[in-house]
Write a protein that binds this ligand. Sequence first.
Ligand code: SIN
Length: 285
Amino acid sequence: MRVEPTEAALGADIADIDLSGDLRADDLDAIKEAWSKHLVLRFRDQDLSDEDLLRFSRYFGPLDKAPINPYGTTWVPENPEINVISNILDDDGKRIGGLGDGECVWHADMTYNEAPVHACTLYAVELPDSGGGTGFASMIAAYEALSDELKVRVTGLECKHDKTRNSTGQLRKGFEETYADVSQIPGAVHPIVRRDPETGRRALYPGRRNNAYVVGLPINESEALLDEIWAHVSKPEFAWHQNWQLGDLVMWDNRYCLHRRDAFPTDSRRHMRRTQIGGDRPIAA
Ligand code: SIN
């Protein structure tokens, strides 16, 4: 097994390993070490069933169930921890997965929960000829590059993370279309700067821009501060872009990374299987 870091702020390939069986303890230790350092790992040329994906994911902690889909269930009822990201319709015209073919803006997954997921894995089963790539950005690098003035200003502040819409802007089942103002939108409140209890590393934890609110600030001040933070975290120097190949498995640390997805042509097919590794409440810096 070899670790081949990208030249970007995050990301590494793990080569020469087959994830379809049990892992050797020394390989698992090396994967964990590389993951802690590089935040996003890519394993190419894998051939994984859902059971393989679940077994591999569980090496890193207990799994969370996939979010409830627009049909009021999870995408794979026999394996509720498997989330399907796809624009494909089945023979009855029903969606087999979520998020369609549009752009998904920069976000971390499920931060609207009190204890958001620690990490996700995403495995490529079917891919479009063009588009549908996924960008990742290091929020540790983004925090470290903040001006001293902005570090002081954001440390200790908290942000509300919108529970009502997904990263394509679609309304989730059971929520209102509009609220009196952004401060009234339901969602969990988390520190804007979080600290890793084991390593002491600090990271920005912005969640997603749309409908975010900095708790306690007048709305115009909250909007201005969030615009400043988002202009910073979206800079290309913190990012690495994954161009998918069939059989790629990518795992990312959802605590310290954002990700986004490019749109792809409506008449093409994209099918990914995802798992969510459970997490804890973020700790303020
Ligand atoms: C996601 O936002 O979790 C989906 C990313 C992707 O489909 O590439």
